[in-house]
Design a protein around this ligand. Structure first.
Ligand code: C5P
Length: 302
């Protein structure tokens, strides 16, 4: 293989427009009804041949990204190589634009991106179903990072059913520091202890709103069961949510396990206005605007 050969894969972030969480299972995970929407904020993972597995990362928050074998991109290369009896001799470079530890599946995106980049670089043509199995082994959100667009995730979020979705406009407020997903689920368990946690189910009204592309209908149905837990661990996020709503966002919610907050807006003009107001409010570190749905992991042509 020529050492100049390189493969770059672009992978989207996600927001959960509904995240219904059931009681903790015996294995510690929670059954979910997780309505994923991929948004047009992307990481890029570039794979090039190397003597051994190496990860590098660039971007404003690159310093927060682990470069060892705990990085899902490294684990993806190892799992794929092992399945084919190969050595994971690859340099994976991550151009990071998705907030780190933010509840937008940035780590999962890098896992899915590395998997597709290595599969392409090594000419393996692994069947899609096998790639999805490896994704599920890497983490609950990784299969969705591969497929993108809009999907309902059940089980711990890894069993996907594609959904129809119209176009929506979003602003994301990036908080200072991350939140640990296991810590947010533990806080969910603490807050719901002694209550009957219902079986998670997708809301028919939410799914209809998603299909319709009507932002007012979607705004009325956004729901995240992890939001009280994220707010309990990070009370200052309430001020960010208020700032975006005060600036005209149709709805606001914590993205996944947080601490990124998501604001649904009517159009690109409203997105710019809400983003400017959030930045002026000093209740977040920075903002990003995006649209949904976005395609899943995609090999970019050289
Ligand atoms: O699957 P993933 O490794 O991304 O999950 C990270 C952590 O989030 C798990 O170890 C678990 O604590 C929590 N989690 C959960 N239920 C899910 C998904 C994740 O409790 N459905």
């Amino acid at each position: 293989m020529s050492p100049d050969r390189r493969v770059t894969v672009r992978v989207p972030a996600k927001v959960n427009v509904q995240l219904a969480v059931g009681a903790a299972r015996p294995d510690g995970f929670h059954d979910l009804a997780n309505v994923f929407l991929a948004v047009s904020l992307y990481d890029e993972v570039t794979a090039t041949p190397a003597d051994s597995l190496r990860i590098t990362c660039e971007g404003p928050d690159a310093g927060q990204v682990p470069l060892d074998r705990t990085n899902l991109a490294a684990r993806a290369a190892e799992l794929l190589a092992a399945r084919h009896g190969l050595e994971p001799a690859v340099h994976l470079h991550i151009a990071k634009n998705i907030p780190v530890a933010g509840g937008m599946a940035g780590g999962s995106a890098d896992g899915a991106g590395a998997l597709l980049a290595c599969d392409t670089l090594w000419g393996l043509d692994t069947p899609r179903a096998d790639l999805l199995d490896i994704c599920a082994e890497l983490g609950s959100d990784v299969p969705f990072s591969l497929v993108g667009a809009a999907a309902l995730g059940t089980g711990r979020g890894e069993h996907l059913t594609p959904l129809e979705a119209g176009t929506f406009h979003w602003v994301f407020a990036v908080a200072d520091g991350g939140l640990s997903t296991p810590a947010v689920f533990r806080e969910f368990d603490r807050l719901t202890a002694g209550t009957a946690v219902p079986e998670p189910a997708a809301s028919p009204a939410l799914l209809a709103a998603l299909r319709s592309g009507d932002p007012d209908a979607l705004a009325a149905n956004l729901a995240n069961d992890l939001q009280p837990a994220a707010l309990s661990l990070r009370p200052q996020l309430a001020a960010t949510l208020d700032a975006g709503l005060g600036a005209g966002a149709l709805a606001a919610l914590v993205s996944g396990s947080g601490p990124t907050t998501a604001f649904l807006v009517r159009d690109p003009e409203a997105a710019l206005k809400v983003a400017a107001a959030l930045e002026a409010s000093a209740t977040c570190r920075t903002t990003r605007t995006a649209t949904s749905p976005a395609p899943g992991a995609t090999v970019l042509l050289p």
